[in-house]
Design a binder for this molecule. Sequence first.
Ligand SMILES: O=C(O)CCC(=O)C(=O)O
Ligand SMILES: [Fe+2]
Length: 280
Amino acid sequence: MSQQVITPELCAWISEQSRAGHASESILAAMLGSGWDETIARQALARTLGQAPALTAPPGATPGLPEPDLSRFTPTIDAGDRQVKVVMALRQPRVVVFGDLLSEAECDGIMSIAGKRLARSETVATGGDGSEVNAARTSDGMFFERGETELIHTIEARIAKLLRWPLDHGEGLQVLRYRPGAEYQPHYDYFDPAHVSTPNILKRGGQRVGTLVIYLNTPLAGGSTIFPDIGLDVAPVKGNAVFFSYDRPHPATQTLHGGSPVIEGEKWVATKWLRQAVFN
Ligand SMILES: O=C(O)CCC(=O)C(=O)O
Ligand SMILES: [Fe+2]
């Protein structure tokens, strides 16, 4: 089959459809119906409309978003085996800072196992499938399998209860270690709908809809988690965590965030990403 290319004519047609009031999902459906490759079609849509088609639900998707129960704004939330403190909550975008999610011993336990397996962090490759080392992320990282050890399972079950999101919708915990000068430049955690590798990634559990970054230690200076769109800095404090959710893979969610450079000491975090459906 001949290579499909995004022509100015195609972009003009997409703009016209959009102006006529068709939602990007139905423009996408029309393109697929006339033989466009889905990856190319999504790229053309993202490029033309500057926005992603709304989140589509994969088979078995859980409706809604992960969300702690803040209905009574109690000072702590019962996360099953632990009372987790609520430090602050922002509604739009949804950002919640938790205190004491993990005990000091749990943080130390994760760091000691992860420390033996750290390697320079990779992100999704910009050129194609796979991952690559990225200058925007100068930390070292590793992934745990879900339920890999009893400690990991205990923490995952606690997170599932706290955020009211099925345990099997979570990716394996990722641990990152930042040394002085290391940072993670601002980014979105959802998979870019315009990226070639995204359709493949989404086959396993759909999009990411929430992130929980857990601080495993307290750096001496620097290393806050920053949200540039809303001017928020979250202090990394051992055992605390920051949670945020996003209902669309789109910058309008205002969930741009990053790890600011560590100035003194090290910074260790464990990140749990939550998907729409079962992640296996
Ligand atoms: O280190 C941080 O504060 C942020 C980490 C992060 O953005 C991620 O793991 O996706
Ligand atoms: Fe992130």
